[in-house]
Each structure stands twice: as C-alpha cells, then as structure tokens.
Design a protein around this ligand. Structure first.
Ligand code: GLU
Length: 440
C-alpha cells in the first residue's frame, strides 16, 4: 500500500496541469520546510520514567506562520504528520487564511494515561518544541485526542518559559484563557455550512436525507447535532469501538449526552436526565462506511476508504470531516460512480478558520461575540465553497481537484512572487540593474 505522504502528494500531480502554476512551485511543495522529532520524557504516576516520541512539521510558511493541530494517538508517526502538515498548507490556502501549514503529534495512547500524566506530556511537548513555537512562527491547536484543556496546559507552559502571557501561540484554548467563542464546534459547523450549500444547489429535503457519521469525537458530535437540528435523519454513528445503526434515525442530543456521561456509544432517547435504550443494530466501523445512506461523513481518521472498500460504498455524497479519509485510488473508484465528495481541505476548514479568528482576537485584545464568530465563519465557508464549486464547473473536474487548484493558485502566486527561473528569464518588468549587475 502507498504510504500516506506519497498518496497525499499525488494530489499535486493531479492538478499541476489544471492551473497555470510554475513547475518550481510543485517541486517546492513536495518537501516540508522542517521536521522535528523529539523525545519527551514523562514521569509517570507510579514514579517510573517513560519516553514518548513527538513530532512537529512546518510544511510551508510562505503565506504566514505555520498552523495546525497536535494529535495524541498510538498510530502517529513522522510520515503521517508530514502528510497532515501538507493538508494544513492546502487548507489554509483554500480558505485564504494568512497562515502556512504545520502539524504535530505524539505517539501515545491517551486513554491509558491519567490526567496528570497527560498534563506532564502536554507540557513536555512544549518544552521540547519551544524554539519553533510562537505567534509569528508556528501555532498549534487541538486535533485527534487533544482538546481545550491540553491547549490550556500548553499555553501555560509556553507562557512560563517566555515569562510573559502569550495567548497567541496556541488556539483552541479554553475561553477563560483567551480562547474564542465558537471554536469548540467550528470544524463541524464549517462542514455544516458546506452541506447547506450543497442542499441548496441539489435541492435536498433534509427529512428525506439519511446520514451516517463515522467518529463521534468533537467534530463528529457537532456535525451530527447540527444536521439533526435541521431535521436530517442521522441513522448511524460510531466511535473507535464500533457503531450503531437505526433506519428511523437517532435523537442525536441524547447520544451526545450518554457518550459524554458514560464514554460509551448507546442507542438511547433521553428526556432530562432519564435515558431509555432504543432498538438499534450494532455495526462495525467498516460496515458503517458501506451503509445505504445519502450522506456519509467520515469524521475520524485518515485512510478509512481505500481501493479495497470503495466499491462497496453506497452513499451518493461524502463530506470529509476527518483529514485524509479517502485514498487517491479510492477517489478514482468513487468518481467513476459519480459520488460527490466535499474534500477535507475545504469541508473541515472551519476549525482552523475560527483558530485564525482566535489568533486575531488575541493579538488585537478584542473578544468577539458568538454571533460575530458564526457570521464570519459562515461568510468564509460560503464564499470559498462557492469559489471551489464554480471552479469545478468551469474546469469540468470534481470538487477535490477544484479545491487543490484553488489553493495552489493562491499558494503558487505567493511562492512564485519570491522568484522562479521563469521570472528571472521572462519577467518583462524585472529590475534590469540587478540582471546587468549594476549597483546604481
Ligand atoms: N486540527 C484541526 C485541523 O486539522 C485544526 C487546526 C487549527 O485550528 O490550527 O484542521
């Protein structure tokens, strides 16, 4: 199987001919700017020492400081973090944020760590990485199995080392520590605005539209909740242990309440604090992806739809809330069947967009209301979804290629404006004195 980074970079080749882009830009984007791998020693609760491996990749910072989450997961490795940092670079360009792309991770199983061990690990990550972090260099945020609490510990550690308050170095912080209102559900909400645009274009009736959501963490819970509020029929959800399926649909707020109270996913209906079990079929994560639904939302990890199972996916629309859930081979199979895919670099860009709002607020000393955040997020998502959709129609390509073409147009212009071979050879307005070697 192709590794995740090689597969991610294939998207560059797929669009290189679609837009006018200097070949040097594509060459430049094949390599991350810098990759750090570090040991994070942590004193465990029983007094023993454990060393964890951590990573931070700054992929490209042409358009601004590198930006992207930190994940705590047992499968994290440097190659995956590079792919995730590449996707962040494209994502920030798709929605026109003044950021480049980065990503971090620690190989660990956070569910096996106590709260205090998690805190020491989070602080250790900052100690190891201090030199590259900063509001003008590299700005982490939550990702898989990290959350506002982890960002709070990291911000505190960074500020302690700096010996001054430095809220703009991390986003996704608790609101009490300078986080933004509306950051918590921003990834799900951004995807929701994309779905509302599709609903309008395709003329969907929410009550007749069935939805399956893989992954019931932050993004999965929020997108399921927002769609349920709009009368969409959420018929299947899953977490890392498996899923539940009920053709009549679930009462999503009850699922969220039970999941957060008990950490288990149960088919329930709650009124107040009283929850009753309802009938539902237990399914695996693999089965969820193959259900006969209208809208499939992978909101967990990368590489879940591959050449092996793509032929069995029945959904007609897929909205990628996870990063990289569909491999490039699977993409081809799905395209042949006419499946509409809203790609991750657009569909899940709501999270980093509100991170940008948080960074702006931290640096300006302002705090925006929830309505202000929602309005600004809706404006960005609608504008960029529209631009990608129009470009797809104009070029006669799918939304993924259009989103990459859209991102590369912005990124390419920025990279090329620093000078390329073509510029030095052909640019009619180049300053002649440099070319001729004059110092006047
Ligand atoms: N982890 C999120 C993502 O993959 C958010 C990143 C951020 O806010 O910087 O887009």
């Amino acid at each position: 199987m192709t590794d995740v980074l090689t597969d991610a970079l294939r998207r560059l080749d797929e669009v290189a001919d679609l837009v006018e882009i200097d070949p040097e830009v594509i060459e430049r984007l094949r390599y991350p700017k810098s990759s750090a791998q570090m040991a994070i020693p942590v004193r465990m609760d029983d007094g023993s020492l454990r060393v964890f491996e951590g990573y931070r990749v700054r992929y490209d910072d042409t358009r601004g400081p590198t930006k992207g989450g930190v994940r705590f997961h047992h499968d994290v490795d440097l190659n995956e973090v590079k792919a995730l940092a590449f996707w962040m670079t494209m994502k920030c360009a798709v929605v026109d944020l003044p950021f480049g792309g980065g990503k971090g991770g620690v190989t660990c199983d956070p569910k096996d760590l106590s709260r205090l061990e998690l805190e020491r690990l989070s602080r250790g990550f900052v100690q190891a990485l201090y030199d590259v972090l900063g509001p003008e260099t590299d700005i982490p945020a939550p990702d898989v199995y990290t959350n506002p609490t982890v960002m709070g510990w990291m911000t505190d550690e960074y500020s302690s080392i700096e010996r001054r308050h430095s809220p703009g170095t991390f986003t996704g912080k608790p609101v009490e520590l300078g986080g933004s209102l509306g950051r918590e559900d921003a990834t799900g909400r951004g995807a929701y605005y994309c779905i509302k645009e599709l609903e309008r274009i395709e003329g969907w009736n929410p009550a007749d539209t069935t939805v399956a959501v893989q992954g019931f963490g932050n993004a999965g819970q929020h997108i399921a909740g927002l769609l349920h509020d709009d009368d969409y029929r959420v018929v299947a959800v899953s977490d890392s242990r498996g899923g539940i399926y009920r053709p009549e649909g679930f009462d999503v707020p009850s699922l969220v309440q039970t999941k957060n109270d008990t950490r288990a996913l149960r088919a329930v209906y709650c009124e107040g604090t009283v929850c009753e079990l309802v009938e539902a079929e237990m399914i695996t994560n693999g089965e969820l992806l193959e259900l006969d639904v209208d809208l499939l939302i992978p909101a967990a990890l990368d590489g879940v739809i591959t050449a092996d199972n793509a032929g069995r996916v029945q959904a007609t629309t897929i909205v990628e809330v996870a990063n990289g859930p569909i491999t490039s081979d699977a993409d081809r199979t799905l395209a042949e069947r006419g499946v509409t895919i809203v790609p991750d670099i657009l569909a899940n860009a709501g999270g980093v967009t509100v991170s940008y709002f948080e960074w702006v607020q931290n640096r300006s000393g302002l705090s925006w209301t929830l309505d202000e955040v929602h309005d600004r997020l809706a404006e960005v998502m609608r504008r960029e979804f529209g631009a990608v959709h129009d470009l797809a129609t104009e070029l006669g390509v799918d939304l993924r290629r259009a989103a990459y073409a859209h991102a590369l147009t912005r990124l390419g212009a920025a990279i090329a404006s620093k000078g390329t071979q073509t510029w030095f050879r052909d640019e009619p307005n180049r300053p002649k004195r440099y070319v001729e070697g004059s110092t006047s």
